[in-house]
Design a protein around this ligand. Structure first.
Ligand code: ATP
Length: 233
């Protein structure tokens, strides 16, 4: 069963077409990656997924239901959460306050502040520190925690490990595994293959606003040299 899908979507910025007949789907409790180089259209696709970009033709589906016409807050209420690349931490709020805001905005469910602190003990240690004092990895944990506190069914992650040290990347990969094991479907957006190969079962490659390759992780491994050229800068 499909948790989330875009079907044959066209997206425009003014007269310029940014996405061309893009189709991508994430099954229930599945991890799927969307990989592409700078400017390939990844953020545009994510914005289309959460309703910030209008889909001119094609459909947006949630739990096999047509949600093309819904607004971002309505999609959020249904259970789609977006963790943006720049993490959007409130610098003047503490770590705990940053998290509590999400509990107010989101749905109720299994993810509570205590569980987020269990998943990311570093956030508990730094609960009363300002958001602006966190390292890049801690900011990413906080952004993930905020997304989880909305108790989503589908989590969209925009380059969650970008610019982070290998040890922190490993911790985040492990955390994403735990989150997925709880039944949350994940669309993981990345510029390179490293984390997608560790986490995802299926992969989509986007370039020039088009899905140019899709397949299983095993198929990607077999076609790796060609895929590397599709995503190299
Ligand atoms: P990055 O990895 O740098 O974030 P990306 O794969 O997310 O890149 P997008 O940001 O989706 O790529 O950009 C896709 C194309 O759409 C680019 O040609 C970009 O210049 C264009 N674009 C993005 N946002 C806008 C906008 N607000 N108005 C006009 N064109 C835009």
């Amino acid at each position: 069963m499909t948790a989330f899908a875009l079907e044959n979507c066209d997206v425009f910025y003014g007269k310029a077409q940014a996405l061309h007949h893009v189709s991508i789907d994430v099954g229930r409790a599945e991890v799927v990656s969307l990989i592409g180089r700078n400017g390939a259209g990844k953020s545009t696709l994510l914005k289309a997924a959460i309703g910030l970009n209008a889909v001119r033709s094609g459909r947006r589906l949630f739990d096999d239901r047509d949600v093309t016409a819904l607004k971002p807050h309505e999609l959020g209420r249904l259970g789609i959460a977006f963790v943006p690349e720049n993490r959007r931490i409130f610098p003047n709020l503490t770590v705990e306050e940053n998290l509590r805001i999400a509990t107010v905005m989101g749905r109720t469910g299994p993810w509570t502040l205590e569980r987020i602190f269990g998943l990311f003990p570093r956030l508990e240690e730094r609960a009363s520190q300002g958001g602006d004092t966190l390292s890049g990895g801690e900011q990413q944990m906080l952004a993930l925690g905020r997304g989880l506190l909305t108790n989503p069914e589908v989590l969209l992650l925009d380059e969650p490990t970008e610019g982070l040290a290998p040890l922190i990347v490993d911790q985040l990969v492990e955390a994403i595994r735990v989150i997925n094991a709880e039944g949350i479907a994940i669309l993981l957006v990345e510029q390179n293959l490293k984390v997608p190969l560790k986490l995802a079962r299926r992969q989509f490659v986007i370039d020039n606003g088009r899905v140019v390759w899709s397949g299983t992780t095993a198929e990607l491994q077999a076609d790796r040299a060609r895929i590397e050229t599709l995503i190299s800068v």
